[in-house]
Design a protein around this ligand. Sequence first.
Ligand SMILES: Cc1cc2nc3c(=O)[nH]c(=O)nc-3n(C[C@H](O)[C@H](O)[C@H](O)COP(=O)(O)OP(=O)(O)OC[C@H]3O[C@@H](n4cnc5c(N)ncnc54)[C@H](O)[C@@H]3O)c2cc1C
Length: 354
Amino acid sequence: MHSDILIIGGGIAGVSAAAELAPHASVILLESEGNLAHHASSRSAALYEPYYGPAPVVALSLASAEALAPFLTPRGLLLVAAEGQAAEFAAESNAFHLDKITPDHAATLFPPLDPARIRAAAHGTHASDIDTDQLLQSYAKSARAHGATLHTGHPVTALTRRPGAWTATTPRGDFTAPTLINAAGPWADEIATRAGLAPLGLTPHRRSMARIPAPDGMDPTSWPMTFGVDETWYAKPDAGALIVSPADADPTHPHDAWADDMVLAEGLARYEAMTRHSVTRLLSSWGGLRTFAPDGIPVFGPDPADPDFIWFAGQGGYGFQSAPAAARLVADTVLRRPVDPALAQALTPARFRR
Ligand SMILES: Cc1cc2nc3c(=O)[nH]c(=O)nc-3n(C[C@H](O)[C@H](O)[C@H](O)COP(=O)(O)OP(=O)(O)OC[C@H]3O[C@@H](n4cnc5c(N)ncnc54)[C@H](O)[C@@H]3O)c2cc1C
């Protein structure tokens, strides 16, 4: 099968890029798993907090607001600090554009909190829930409507380079295209290696999540996403229950991740230390991989050693909230349309090749 563009990876990155490109070029997407969004893209906290992340991510997230609007529901963000966290609290509440509130006010917004244990609190209304499933399905629908083919169950086992064409080998056949987009998430460095290019040092970091019942039959629907300072834990309402994360970021290898029980227990203890909520049981738990470049900034754009190999990786913990602008940037790059030169420079893989 031949197309103008081959995309490896059927998470939010690959599917959003397919949707942006399909109106302008023939696109084939290859995904290993039997369904789209099997890995990081089905395991996120689904938060849109545009001021979360390094400057290029904030720029992409802010630029994504309009496209994300149909998929957003207001949530709000609350930051709480314990004794001895004054400096970190000041820096983070400033970075997140939050307003200082009293501990009592914080406990009215997120009732499990114990105001006696809070030294400082700040709140903002700009954070929202993202309907990540709807977002991904909407991109998939749009890509298909414009003629893209999204092949699940097609692991790319080898990549061959010939003048003017890439060939991706899968157990179900070969696929060729002049341009290849590497949207393989935690596996992005492995794909580069298969393509004969040097890896960039992308590292997946595990993050664990526990889903727990809300305390005492409370209805958490309107509570804000609540962060402990220094991202030591966070809690977020989720369909009548709470998801609590230890906010772990343990470097690991690309794999089908699961939650670490000990890490979860330690994170839940940090949540309990700021609340009156004693967690007695989990409804479920899961883990996912957030993949970061060595400088923590995503890697979007052509590889300097082969400009027809386009990196779309390293989205870390921001891959949904930045998806629309990120996909547009990658599509503009592939289609040789103008891009914001400063942003493209900040994201280019060339920064690791100097
Ligand atoms: C616990 C957790 C919480 C998060 N919270 C948020 C949040 O609140 N807000 C936010 O914006 N982001 C959040 N994120 C980050 C977000 O989920 C990721 O940035 C995003 O999902 C990455 O998408 P992706 O498509 O790059 O990777 P993935 O979803 O991992 O997709 C990569 C795909 O490539 C496929 N693949 C790999 N190798 C091959 C191959 N050889 N052949 C074919 N296919 C291949 C894989 O099977 C996989 O499906 C969170 C992530 C985690 C883990």
